[in-house]
Design a protein around this ligand. Structure first.
Ligand code: COA
Length: 387
């Protein structure tokens, strides 16, 4: 079976791009990834595109074909993947399969989302389409509300504190200071994070990821192809995905996400490693409580101990298991379709030694966990340094 390698990465800055549409964000990120891979555009034989809702955000669907024809006139097969906030990570997993199966040799995977052209209530409405339209939305609940329920349950069951959630925000804002592509470059104190305006009790402004425009792209290729290239490749060694009921009411638990655990198990099995092998992880911190739950579900910490791990500094950039060294969704920003691809880009930089002033030493294995909605889709991709 083919082995699959990442040979190029490209990002746009995350934030507000008044003049750029999803097409532009896709184009700029993809051009950078192609240049980084040092390949000719004609070597690409397939495109996978992660995007939640350009139809609702910009009144434009059918974007996979638009993007393909903007980047090349060769009638490339181009597929849009929509799996809520996991769209980017799932696009990476699908591209991996396409190369693994021998269907394609070299694939462009990109994610992009343009969100800031709508008002916050309008964005909230679009994002709401990722929650359950029978059991949840008719009751008026939105994503901050759903994660607030999970936060309350975690606090009640394990004693997780508001301070620990705010510490996730402080850590990720600190990490984003060193990431020129991040939306926010402002260090925040614990006091500021704790006392910001309530969005959905117990979550406040600094517990939430922001509304963001951005694009991210990577180039994947087969073992055969890398032999002739002058790049430092990073291998994808584990891919796992799982789904669950999209409504919280129909889940087994409010304090953990079953799809995360199953996706992670599948990815660890494929990579033939355990959580102990992971040196760095990018996890889906759409809300601070999500980071705490995710690091437990991925097997890094016992259930109920995630908040303590953050408090003790274990997940800090200089801790034993750095989490979200690029600032995470919280401070780097969360342009939905781009997020899962951008997570992979941070891991590639850390593994190949190009993470500049946030570079860590000795990174062999990196894990990216990207999830949709309140966790009904979870995808875990594991990357490894090439020996
Ligand atoms: N974290 C930190 N600061 C934030 C922020 C966030 N998440 N969102 C906005 N800000 C800042 C802005 O930069 C701005 O600062 P300034 O006054 O210094 O310029 C200020 O807060 C007000 O920004 P504004 O855009 O008016 O905020 P808002 O009240 O309209 O929106 C949220 C804030 C939290 C409601 C919005 O970001 C949101 O809905 N986030 C969640 C997105 C989401 O659900 N994603 C999917 C997850 S599943």
């Amino acid at each position: 079976m083919n082995r699959v390698f990442i040979i190029g990465v490209g990002l746009t800055k995350f934030g507000k791009h008044e003049q750029l549409s999803t097409r532009d964000l896709f184009f700029h990120a993809s051009k950078k990834a192609i240049a980084d891979a040092k390949i000719d555009i004609n070597e690409i034989d397939g495109i996978y595109f992660g995007n939640l809702s350009s139809d609702r955000f910009e009144h434009q669907a059918h974007t996979a074909a638009i993007n393909a024809s903007n980047i090349s006139f060769r009638h490339l097969p181009s597929t849009r993947i929509e799996d809520a906030c996991a769209s980017g990570g799932v696009a990476v997993a699908q591209a991996y399969l396409a190369i693994k199966s021998g269907l394609h040799d070299t694939v462009l995977v990109a994610g992009a989302e343009k969100m800031t052209n709508l008002s916050t209530p309008e964005v909230t409405d679009v994002l709401g389409t990722c929650a359950d339209d029978i059991y949840e939305l008719p009751h008026g609940i939105t994503f901050p509300g759903l994660y607030a329920l999970m936060a309350r349950a975690h606090m009640h069951k394990y004693g997780t504190t508001r301070e620990q959630m705010s510490m996730v925000a402080v850590k990720n804002h600190f990490n984003a200071l060193k990431n020129p592509y991040a939306q926010f470059h402002k260090e925040i104190t614990l006091e500021k994070a704790m006392n910001s305006i309530i969005v959905s009790d117990p979550l406040n402004l600094y517990d939430c990821s922001p509304i963001t425009d951005g694009g991210a792209a990577i180039i994947l290729t087969s073992e055969e192809k890398i032999k002739n290239l002058d790049v430092s490749p990073v291998e994808i060694v584990g891919v796992g995905q799982a789904s669950d009921s999209i409504s919280l009411a129909n889940r087994k638990s409010l304090t953990s996400i079953e799809a995360n655990k199953i996706a992670a198990k599948r990815a660890y099995n494929m990579a033939q490693i355990t959580p102990k092998n992971i040196d760095i992880a990018e996890v889906h911190d759409c809300f601070t409580i999500a980071e705490i739950i995710n690091i437990e579900d991925l097997g890094f910490f016992e259930e109920g101990k995630g908040g303590k791990a953050v408090e003790e500094g274990t997940t800090a950039i200089d801790g034993d298991l750095p989490i979200n060294t690029d600032g995470g969704l919280k401070a780097k920003g969360h342009p939905i379709g781009a997020t899962g691809v951008a997570q992979i880009i941070e891991l590639v930089h850390q593994i190949r030694g190009t993470a500049e002033n946030r570079q860590l030493n000795g990174i062999k294995y990196g894990l990216a966990q990207n999830m949709g909605g309140s966790g009904a889709t979870s995808v875990v991709n594991i990357l490894k340094e090439v020996d």
